[in-house]
Structure formats: structure tokens, C-alpha cells
Design a protein around this ligand. Structure first.
Ligand SMILES: NC(=O)c1ccc[n+]([C@@H]2O[C@H](COP(=O)([O-])OP(=O)(O)OC[C@H]3O[C@@H](n4cnc5c(N)ncnc54)[C@H](OP(=O)(O)O)[C@@H]3O)[C@@H](O)[C@H]2O)c1
Length: 335
């Protein structure tokens, strides 16, 4: 009997997530029912939105169930199929589990081409985070040549793509991140015009003034809290704030207040949230454009790969604290 190593959602965090909220168990591998496939998971994505799914409150995505296997975007290989659309050996991506094997409805997974790209790319640069950057800039940010675009969490899964797309639009692009190595990567590899370490900057206001001397026309917001407050003091008339995420708030029992919101009135600023999964009709256009940019070397992308499903909880906690350098992925098995 083949064993399945699974990570269960053991208890609900109220502040910071820690190892006690997870449990790693070994169970027998399940058999697929009619219309289902058994997937050998290979790479799994860890994403900040998962922290939201640990809350017991209404959200755009259903919460994780206590005692059940946590879910994640993953890619894997079909090793048994009870559906004519998929056969053994097919490579698929979809909402699978924090586990070595997942039984999934065949209609809920999509075939991917293992020859066209590295399988882990379907979780990052050719997957949800990169599409988030693409959609956010296209639909809300709409950067124009000569404008200033500022990206927070700029070395992360979403941020690294957002800044590079803004550069392609002919913008002055600035970013921030939480270590000097990340700042060097943003500038030297991704080609941002300016970058700063928000943890060591004398003040966020001064760092933004130095990085964005002409003010901010588009803020790609990944962080919230004090960073948003500082940006609000530097926005230009008709600035757009792409409210993608506010990770600084996700582990706080009480969210921080934002004091400088009144600047959006006189500056006629537009701040708009969005959720990438509402825009899946645009996925083919995203895949075509991003694959082209990758092939032409116009987009660089860094992944941070943790080995072993049993190390997923530590990697998830580390990502929320900024220990990841690039898109956080867990390698569960060899391709
Ligand atoms: N709207 C959507 O559909 C959608 C989809 C995907 C992601 N998102 C959002 O996009 C944002 C980025 O997600 P991602 O997947 O690209 O994650 P990521 O940037 O790869 O990883 C999270 C990063 O957030 C930074 N961070 C953590 N705490 C912070 C704090 N208190 N202040 C400033 N930065 C902090 C850390 O980098 P540093 O070392 O730089 O601190 C950490 O590495 C998140 O807010 C996420 O919720 C939204």
C-alpha cells in the first residue's frame, strides 16, 4: 500500500501562524472514483492568500476546513484516471493538496505542457502570481510612458513581474523589499530604476522621495499598512493604486489604521482592488504574451524552492515573514 504524506489544518491562528497550526500525517493513498484522477504531486505553490483562508470569516475564497488537508495550486502527473479526458502520464495543474498524492475531479485540472516550460513555472511566471501582476497593471494601473510606477514586495512572486512589465511600458520603476540582497536583485537583475530596503530605510517617506523624485503615478500595492500611508503622501494627481494585497496586515489580530487617505480626494486618485481568479477569461492572452516575453528573455523570474512536503508549513510561515527570495514553491517529488 502506497503512503500519502499530508499536511492537515490543525488549528486556527488568531495572530501569527506557527507550526502548531499544522499536522503532518501519513495515510493510505486513495483511489480515484468516476470522473476523477489520481495525481502524483510534483510542485506546490505557497501563497499569501492562504493565510486568509485560515480565518473563520466570509471571503472571496472558501476557508480551509479544520482537520482537513490544506489546498494549494500544484502541478503533478496523472497516475490513474477514471475520466476519458486524461490518461496516465498526463501533466496537470490545478487546485490540489498539501500532500504527495491527490484525488481530483478531472474537470478541475488542466493539462500542461512539460516540454514547453519547467513545471514549476506554471505556479509562478506562467501561473497565478504572474497573471496577477499582468491583470493588475493592464486593468487598473494602466501605466503610461514617462510615468512613475512604484511596486512594494518587489522581489516576490507578483512584484518581480509587475516591475518588469512597467519597465516595458517606458516607466520610471521603483521598488522596495526587505533585504539588501533583494534590493540588489530588483535593480541589477530585474532592471528597476530605483529600489530600497524598507526595513533599514531612515524613513519610508524619504526613501520614496529619493526613489520616486517625480511622485508616484501608479502604486502596485502588495503590502498595505505603513507603506500605503507613506505612498499616499507621494501620489500625483490622477494616480492609480492597484490594490493587489496587503500582506503586512494578514497576521495582525487588529489591522493597522491608514491615516493619509484624504490625499486621494484632491489628487483624484483611483484605488481599486481585484482578484485574479475573476479574470480567467484572459488567461490565454496572458499565457501567450508572457510565454513570448520569457522566450525573448524580456522577463526574468526567480523561484525559491523548498524540498519535501513535510517542510511546507515552515516554508509558508517563512514566506509570510519575508524569508522567501522569489516565488515560494515546494518540490514534493521529482518530475
Ligand atoms: N489580488 C490577487 O488576486 C492576488 C493574487 C496573488 C497575490 N496577491 C497579493 O500579492 C502580494 C504579494 O504576493 P506574492 O505571492 O507575490 O508573495 P511574495 O511577495 O512572493 O511573498 C511575500 C512577501 O511579502 C513581503 N512582506 C511580508 N511581510 C511584510 C511586511 N510587513 N511589510 C512589507 N512586506 C512584507 C516579504 O518580502 P520582503 O522581504 O520584501 O518583506 C515576503 O517575501 C500579497 O499581498 C498577496 O496577498 C494578490
Amino acid at each position: 500500500m502506497t503512503e500519502n504524506t499530508q499536511v492537515l489544518f490543525k488549528s486556527r491562528p488568531t495572530g501569527w501562524v506557527d507550526a502548531s497550526h499544522f499536522e503532518v500525517v501519513k495515510t493510505p493513498m486513495a483511489d480515484p472514483g468516476p470522473g476523477e484522477v489520481l495525481v502524483r504531486n510534483i510542485f506546490m505553490s505557497l501563497d499569501p492568500y492562504m493565510r486568509g483562508r485560515m480565518r473563520d470569516q466570509k471571503s472571496y475564497t472558501p476557508g480551509f476546513e479544520l482537520g482537513k488537508v490544506l489546498q494549494a495550486g500544484a502541478v503533478g502527473e496523472v497516475i490513474a484516471s477514471n475520466d476519458p479526458a486524461l490518461t496516465t502520464g498526463d501533466l496537470v495543474e490545478g487546485r490540489l493538496g498539501w500532500e504527495t498524492y491527490t484525488v481530483a475531479k478531472a474537470e478541475l485540472v488542466n493539462k500542461v505542457d512539460g516540454k514547453a516550460a519547467s513545471l514549476s513555472h506554471y505556479l509562478g511566471v506562467l501561473g497565478m502570481p504572474s497573471m496577477t501582476a499582468w491583470i493588475g497593471l493592464r486593468n487598473i494601473g494602466q501605466p503610461q510612458a514617462g510615468e512613475t510606477v512604484y511596486v512594494s514586495a518587489a522581489s516576490g512572486a507578483v512584484g518581480q513581474v509587475a516591475g518588469q512589465i512597467a519597465k516595458m511600458h517606458g516607466c520610471h520603476v521603483a521598488g522596495s523589499a526587505g533585504s539588501d540582497d533583494k534590493v540588489a536583485y530588483i535593480k541589477d537583475v530585474l532592471g528597476y530604476d530605483a529600489a530600497f530596503n524598507y526595513k533599514t530605510a531612515a524613513s519610508l517617506d524619504q526613501a520614496l522621495a529619493a526613489s520616486c523624485p517625480e511622485g508616484i503615478d501608479v502604486y502596485f500595492e502588495n503590502v498595505g499598512g505603513a507603506m500605503l500611508d507613506a505612498v499616499l503622501l507621494r501620489v500625483n494627481p490622477h494616480a492609480r493604486i492597484v490594490a493587489c494585497g496587503m500582506i503586512s496586515q494578514y497576521n495582525l489580530a487588529q489591522p493597522e489604521g491608514v491615516k493619509n487617505l484624504s490625499t486621494i480626494v484632491g489628487n483624484k486618485v483611483r484605488m481599486q482592488g481585484f482578484i485574479v481568479s475573476d479574470h480567467m477569461d484572459q488567461k490565454p492572452a496572458f499565457m501567450a504574451e508572457m510565454s513570448g516575453w520569457l522566450a525573448e528573455g524580456k522577463i526574468k523570474y526567480r523561484e525559491d524552492i523548498t524540498e519535501g512536503i513535510e517542510n511546507a508549513p515552515a516554508a509558508f510561515i517563512g514566506m509570510l515573514k519575508g524569508e522567501n527570495f522569489g516565488k515560494q514553491i515546494v518540490k514534493i517529488a521529482d518530475p
